[in-house]
Design a protein around this ligand. Structure first.
Ligand code: MTE
Ligand code: MO
Length: 525
């Protein structure tokens, strides 16, 4: 039954929007139009090419153009949340601009639609210019822009009423609220489905895509008893895959179906080689325990992890192509366009550089570079550990600067000897008595010979070292401290098997890795 007289409430709802309310509604319209545009773009990208999502493409372009100091600031401030921080920053900027576009819509709907289209062009350009790019990459931005402009026009119409009918009853709060809720729901739903679609692709690829990985014929050295000291708070010898650190520039994890994967080896070689995954896996597999470390790791930081990898020796793969003697640099490329430069000598000096396909007994996880990544013992990840590897070019250091080197990082970067105190934790409050001070130390390729601890800058005391299978992994250590009440500072330093003790001089990670002794301040009651 229709009410004969509007109730006071209904009267409020059908009152024309005016003045301030009108401007707020217009600004909200802009916001919803932008949200719809981004979300629909993300959805379409989930269907055709996840990296072509306008938001991600603009974000990735931003990462590549970001000056090094800002990147370092982001990594130091936000750690592994750096990518989230970037996306939030881009979304916030977009939101402010979108509010303005909404207000512009009050004056001219065509102009406001043109402004949305301008963002679409930015998104499309960014997507096409990404390494995966290709003509298909414009599609998410186009569909997103059309959806965003449609939402804007509909909502602004609801705010202003139809042209010529300035006092039309359709100029109602209710009509606007319904339309706005609809647009909001559309944005949330398409964004959600987009996220789901991209996530599912990664999950499928990570499951190994059905490719059977043969058992290695050259096994890792046996892990001696006493490798694991088994102390509370001490880093385990093997880092579980889901707890392994992650450092890369990829906003969207690249997904390569194992059947589509190809590796091209070219440049200064005797013959170009192209391998499918099946062909790669026909080569003999080796198995090794190797600790990977990031150059961005701060003293005491967590950007290091140890895993058991299997893969094909890099020397074997290069042997197929025949490396010319002048080629002193191997430039490896990932499917997302990352380039990493490694000295050719380290691939051929007998160390266990490999193209890895499993990590701790599992096919490589998507975040760690599925289906194939490089691992080179003794070199920081940014000069050796290319994830989502698809291309290896033999060249020279003179001829080519890869991604990080272009940004000022060292072109050669062996891992520096380092030790970290895992327990006690900084600022711990502990009871006096015998306390275990323990941690891990690494000097991949050389091995750890000694770890020492000192209290309040007193004499260095030698820690007990755990066993290790090889020089390529970190090594646990423990020192028993007869702790007396007071506020104390613990410091630790390591000496590698070449006899060199790590320097106490503090240096930042840029440009070739942090130095200095890790210290922990705590209180004993
Ligand atoms: N494709 C690609 N590979 C990459 C990177 C990257 O940004 N893109 N980062 C490198 C760096 S800096 C490090 S430390 C290691 C980290 O590997 P993880 O994420 O598996 O720990 O990957 C290396 N490989
Ligand atoms: Mo790194």
């Amino acid at each position: 039954m229709l009410p004969e007289h509007p109730t006071p409430d209904d009267a409020a709802l059908t009152r024309p929007l005016g003045g301030r309310t009108r401007r707020v509604a217009a600004a909200v319209s802009g916001l919803l139009a932008a949200a719809t545009s981004v979300a629909v773009g993300h959805l379409v990208a989930g269907l055709v090419q996840p990296a072509a999502s306008p938001l991600l493409a603009v974000g990735s372009t931003f990462i590549d153009l970001t000056p090094e100091w800002l990147k370092s600031f982001a990594i130091t401030t936000f750690g592994e949340g750096d990518k989230i921080a970037l996306l939030v920053g881009i979304a916030a900027t977009l939101a402010v601009l979108a509010l303005g576009i909404g207000l512009l819509g009050l004056r001219s709907r065509p102009l406001a639609s043109a402004a949305i289209a301008a963002f679409g062009v930015v998104g499309a350009l960014a997507a096409v210019l990404r390494p995966l790019g290709g003509p298909i990459a414009v599609l998410p931005s186009i569909v997103g822009t059309v959806a965003g402009a449609a939402v804007l026009i509909l909502l602004i119409r609801a705010v202003t009423g139809r042209r010529g009918a300035t006092q039309a009853p359709s100029r109602s709060r209710r009509r606007f609220l319904v339309a706005a809720a609809g647009a909001g729901a559309l944005a949330v739903a398409s964004g959600g489905v987009g996220v789901f679609l991209s996530g599912r692709r990664a999950a499928v690829a990570a499951a190994g895509g059905g490719v059977a990985i043969p058992a290695p014929i050259d096994l890792a050295l046996p892990v001696p008893a006493g490798t694991e000291l088994g102390l509370d708070g001490l880093t385990p010898f093997y880092t579980p895959n889901e707890r392994f650190y992650r450092v890369d520039t990829a906003l969207e994890i690249p997904v390569i179906g194992p059947a589509d994967w190809r590796l091209r080896i070219h440049g200064m070689v005797d013959r170009e080689v192209n391998l499918t995954l099946t062909e790669l896996l026909e080569l003999p597999l080796i198995e090794r325990d190797i600790t990977l470390t990031c150059v961005s790791n701060q003293v005491g930081g967590g950007y290091a992890g140890n895993a058991r990898w299997t893969g094909v020796s890099l020397a074997t793969v290069l042997g197929e192509a025949g490396v010319r003697p002048e080629a002193d640099q191997i430039v490896s490329r990932s499917i997302d366009g990352m380039t990493i430069g490694t000295p050719t000598s380290v691939a051929l000096d007998g160390r266990d550089a490999m193209l890895a396909v499993t990590m701790n007994g599992q096919p490589l996880p998507a975040v760690n570079g599925a289906p194939v990544r490089m691992i080179v013992p003794g070199l920081y990840g940014y000069v050796s550990a290319t994830k989502w590897l698809v291309d290896i070019e033999l060249t020279t250091f003179d001829a080519y600067d890869p991604y990080w080197v272009e940004r000022g990082w060292a072109d050669k970067a062996p891992i520096k000897t380092m030790t970290r105190i895992d327990t006690p934790r900084p600022l711990a409050r502990l009871a006096s008595g015998e306390l275990a001070v323990a941690g891990v130390a690494w000097a991949q390729g050389r091995g750890i010979e000694r770890v020492e601890v000192r209290v309040d800058e007193g004499p260095w005391q030698q820690a007990r070292l755990a066993q290790v299978p090889s020089a390529d992994t970190w090594r646990q250590w423990v020192w028993t401290w007869p702790a007396e009440p007071g506020r104390h500072i613990l410091e630790a330093r390591a000496t590698d098997a070449s006899g060199e003790t790590q320097t106490g001089d503090r240096a930042e990670p840029f440009p070739s890795g942090a130095t200095g002794w890790h210290s922990v301040v705590l209180t004993v009651a």
